[in-house]
Design a protein around this ligand. Structure first.
Ligand SMILES: Nc1nc2c(ncn2[C@@H]2O[C@H](COP(=O)(O)OP(=O)(O)OP(=O)(O)O)[C@@H](O)[C@H]2O)c(=O)[nH]1
Length: 472
């Protein structure tokens, strides 16, 4: 694994700052302020008798004073919610006041009673409007918008972010439909909801949505990683494309050609399919990168950096796995070679550390070439190596050990062997019998290796000839 590979892998693993979450959360007071401004503007309009402030398009729907009051209270509640305990208490109080108003409203809408006029501020103006045949009523849409926002704030206070998000989304959705109606000039879409109610409703609904940015779905939409980018790009396109297409289609339909409605349906289906296709493309790319990084991290965790051989960790993993296998099956057994380069310190001292490293790399290659593909050569540390030979025989293990001795002896390392003679190593060999542990095998092979060193180095010693016979 090169340094660049490692950087790429660690970039992938390191957590990036989730800045967008903070940015979206910081929008909350402004949006809540928007709701407060519109709500109080409407009430002020009723107070001074300035109609435009509560009926922006005349003759069109007006913002009912109770709706304006509730929007003002909810905006204030959203503004205070993250403050000190007193303000949070006040904020909760305001939510319950709104819910109480909504209950009265609901009773009025459901049963043949009229309680709301008793709690409505500026009821006189409302009565006058109705007498003059102007629209000024409490609508079901506004009720759902207010209850949705209030529920979202309550769930936010209880830290149920996903539920808070779902309710705020619902709350903002309803006035958003009315806004589209105003944009398209289609009365059926906005019905009895005034432009001010729609604007203030979107503001308070979105302010409730913004405060939940650290959880639920929104957190993933705001992710700093590729999937967040894909989602955001698609959300913006998903907003613009159907809106623009809808606008065009509506213009054509106004000319009484209703066949273009099919174009709208097919256009949107086509658009969704395209977006899904683009998502799959990016998802696959990200997943590919993740798979590659995982592989690199796995390699880094199990490989010796200098020689590319298996490291100590891999040696123990492989050894324990193979021991389980010989315990279960009746194969020839697992053989272990413990190996140590002779007088390696001299190489470092005489020719420098770089030459020492070069020797280690070349010796590792020679060892790797001398074994079967099922064997595992590992560097346990320094100039100490080990080979695990699964399903082998005494002759087979001896043969491999001698092949390693010969191939290391015959290495030609410019700057060392040409001046100081061949590199040599000593090997101790043991068999790991069923029921014994890897540590037992290492102990026996180490003793044999120690004897080989004492006997003059550059040789193989089987554990039995070192007086510790382990195989029959
Ligand atoms: N160049 C290099 N040297 C290393 C590395 N790891 C350990 N060494 C050196 O290897 C040397 C091991 O020396 P010793 O333990 O005395 O062994 P030896 O000189 O081979 O002597 P015997 O084993 O008795 O034959 C030390 O000088 C370590 O600094 C490495 O990654 N690169």
């Amino acid at each position: 694994m090169t340094d660049n590979d490692f950087d790429a892998a660690s970039n992938f693993v390191q957590e990036k700052p989730w800045r967008l979450v903070n940015i979206v959360q910081s929008l909350r007071p402004y949006l809540a302020g928007g709701g407060i401004a519109v709500g109080s503007g409407c009430l002020w309009g009723y107070w001074v008798g300035y109609e435009w402030f509560y009926r922006p398009i005349s003759p069109g729907p007006a913002t009912h004073p109770l709706t304006a009051l509730c929007l003002l209270l909810l905006g204030t509640s959203a503004l205070l919610i993250n403050r000190s305990t007193i303000f949070r208490g006040l904020s909760t109080g305001l939510i319950f006041v709104v819910l109480a108003f909504c209950l009265v409203w609901f009773v009025d809408l459901t049963f043949p009673v009229h309680i709301s006029p008793f709690i409505t501020p500026f009821q006189g103006s409302v009565t006058l409007d109705i007498q003059h045949g102007k629209s000024n009523s409490l609508g079901l849409n506004s009720l759902v918008l207010l209850v949705g926002t209030a529920a979202s704030l309550i769930f936010y206070n209880a830290r149920y972010l996903a539920a808070a998000q779902a309710f705020s989304f619902l709350a903002a959705f309803i006035p958003a439909v009315s806004l589209v109606g105003y944009l398209y000039g289609v009365e059926n879409l906005y019905g009895a909801m005034s432009l001010w109610t729609a604007l203030a409703g979107v503001c308070v609904g979105l302010s409730a949505l913004c405060m939940t940015a650290e959880g639920g779905l929104l957190r993933y939409v705001l992710s700093p990683y590729s999937w967040g980018w894909v989602f955001r790009t698609q959300s913006v396109l998903g907003l613009i494309f159907p809106l623009a297409l809808g606008f065009l289609i509506l213009e054509v339909m106004r000319l009484n050609d209703h066949r273009v409605f099919g174009v709208y349906v097919v256009g949107n289906i086509w658009f969704i399919l395209l977006m899904v296709g683009v998502s799959s493309f990016f998802l696959e790319k990200v997943d590919q990168q993740r798979r590659r990084s995982e592989l690199k991290l796995l390699e880094a965790a199990t490989q010796d950096q200098l020689t590319g051989l298996a490291n100590r960790r891999k040696f123990f993993e492989f050894g324990r796995y193979e021991i389980q296998r010989i315990d279960r099956s009746n194969n020839n057994g697992l053989w272990l070679l413990m190996m140590d380069l002779d007088h390696f310190k001299n190489i470092n001292d005489a020719a420098g550390h770089d030459m020492g490293d070069k020797v280690l790399v070349m010796v590792s290659r020679a060892m790797q070439k001398s074994v079967r593909s099922v064997d595992l050569v590992s560097r346990l540390g320094g100039e100490e190596f080990a080979v695990l030979l699964p399903d082998s025989t005494p002759d087979g293990a001896e043969h491999v050990a001698n092949r390693i001795l010969a191939s290391v002896n015959s290495l030609c390392i410019l700057g060392w062997t040409d001046i100081h003679g061949p590199v040599t190593l000593s090997i101790g060999c043991s068999r790991i019998t069923p029921g014994s542990t890897l540590e037992d095998g290492m102990k026996s092979a180490d003793s044999a290796l120690y004897e080989a060193k004492r006997n003059g180095r550059n040789q193989l010693l089987m554990a039995d000839s070192a007086g510790q016979s382990q195989y029959q």
